[in-house]
Design a protein around this ligand. Structure first.
Ligand code: ARG
Length: 459
């Protein structure tokens, strides 16, 4: 069975089903570009230490360049007989250039090769994800800018708590995504380390120049320990953890958009282009995009758990288990990029229903805390003020009126400290304007937060 990878050692052909079962080419061919990039750098390094002649190196690079073109235009024939992306490309290279192709794998193993490929792949995807994240942040900031003084109810326990501005609420989303962006960049530091040279696990007896390979591939430095290099997937777990956090944030965002677009809240109008109807109920307009994103957040967290479970019992160094890391990684990347993209496209088209938001903020005694603060300013201890306002709210509930609708006579029954100026602080505008310290909801503060955000985003 001369086709078998490590043929000479075997006397029996691989079972046909096992061949399919163990092959990864159908999914890892996605890293072909990175595999070729890694091989070119490896060959260049081998040439620099005279393991390959210049002619051999040139032949290898030309062959690999041709293979890259064949893959790009769909001519390349992938075969599960060659198991994975690495063997497929190497076999084709030998077809094309003969003996020099067989020398490419000198001082290298698929173990350090695959670790390199995933790192190169993730490095470029992280850049794409970072860009989509920034696009979404820009969309949020632009929408926030239109709603610096749009008043809405703020919630705790999903009960009306205090009035806030819609701009301030949106900027909360901006902050979460800012931390996500930071985490992504931090994770990149640990992704961008070069495993090549670790070979199978112990390193190689050739006098390789790992600094050169690392430089050629744009890594920050070669990895420190050969065993760790081929068996470490922390960087992928970390990436998936960052992705899970981003998806968790998008899921919370989704939940709010879904609630807000319901008839019961009616705070926003979702763009038609991002919703669908029902096959049976003619009146329906469903917020499909946020619902799907909310659903997909579970899928990404699932991949994080899958990778943690994949690694948790593996002895050093490489084990075939690791082949199972690809699909969760790829699906995490695809899911995340698609969700970010859908959100970045959708957010600019969301219409806030200012009147509905305002009316809703007026219900639920959102300025009760302002009344308590007012009494404190007039000399009452906060706990006593809290008690008095509780009684006023009770009267409001019983008579179905907002605090601002109670008469001065009624107020003075609760406390003689209350005078006519109380009505200024009971308005929603007065309530939000008073919270003008750093991080507060006042329009002037939100405006500053937006200016700062725009500097970070360079928009
Ligand atoms: N397809 C393998 C993977 O994804 C490549 C490394 C194979 N190494 C080995 N010793 N079988 O992990």
């Amino acid at each position: 069975n001369s086709e078998k990878l490590s043929s000479a050692r075997f006397t029996e052909a691989t079972d046909a089903f096992v061949e399919e079962f163990t092959a990864s080419v159908l999914f890892d061919k996605r890293m072909a570009e990175q595999d070729i990039q890694g091989s070119i750098a490896h060959a260049t390094m081998l040439c620099s230490i005279d393991i390959l002649t210049t002619d051999e190196c040139t032949a290898i690079i030309d062959g690999l360049t041709q293979i890259a073109a064949e893959i790009a235009n769909g001519e390349f024939v992938w075969s599960i007989k060659q198991e994975d992306v690495h063997m497929n490309i190497e076999a084709r290279l030998t077809d094309l250039i003969g003996i020099a192709g067989k020398k490419l794998h000198t001082g290298r193993s698929r173990n350090d090769q695959v670790a390199t490929d995933i790192r190169l792949y993730l490095r470029s995807e992280i850049q794409q994800i970072g860009m989509q994240l920034r696009r979404l942040q820009a969309a949020i900031v632009n929408l926030a800018e239109q709603h610096v003084d749009t008043i809405m109810p703020g919630f705790t326990h999903l009960q009306v708590a205090q009035p806030i501005t819609f701009g301030h609420h949106l900027m909360a989303w901006f902050e979460m995504l800012s931390r996500d962006h930071e985490r992504l960049q931090d994770c990149l530091k640990r992704v961008n380390v070069m495993p090549l040279g670790a070979a199978a696990l112990a390193g190689t007896s050739y006098p390789i120049d790992r600094h050169l390979t690392s430089e050629l591939l744009g890594f920050s430095h070669p990895s420190a320990n050969s065993l760790d290099s081929v068996s470490d997937r922390d960087f992928a777990i970390e990436f998936t953890a960052v992705a899970s956090l981003i998806m968790m944030h998008l899921s919370r965002f989704s939940e709010e958009l879904i609630l807000w677009s319901s008839a019961q809240f009616d705070f926003i109008d979702m763009p038609d282009a991002f919703c669908t109807g029902s096959s049976i109920m003619p009146q329906k307009k469903n917020p499909d995009v946020p619902e799907l994103v909310r659903g997909k957040s579970g899928r990404v967290t699932g991949h994080l758990i899958a990778l943690l479970m994949l690694m948790k019992s593996q002895p050093l160094a490489y084990n075939k288990d690791n082949q199972e890391d690809k699909e969760p990684i790829f699906d995490t990347v695809d899911t995340l990029i698609n969700c970010l993209r859908a959100y970045a496209d959708m957010i600019p088209h969301i219409k806030a229903k200012k009147d509905m938001m305002y009316q809703s903020a007026k219900q639920g005694f959102a300025t009760a805390t302002d009344l308590a603060d007012y009494l404190v300013r007039k000399g009452l201890p906060f706990r006593d003020a809290h008690e008095i306002v509780g009684l006023a709210v009770r009267l409001g509930i019983a008579s179905k009126r907002d605090l601002s609708d109670l008469t001065i006579v009624e107020f003075q029954r609760f406390s003689p400290l209350i005078s006519d100026d109380v009505y200024d602080i009971l308005t929603l505008e007065g309530s939000v304007a008073a919270r003008k310290h750093i991080g507060g909801t006042a329009p002037e503060t939100v405006r500053k937060a937006i200016e700062h955000a725009k500097k970070i985003l360079k928009i």
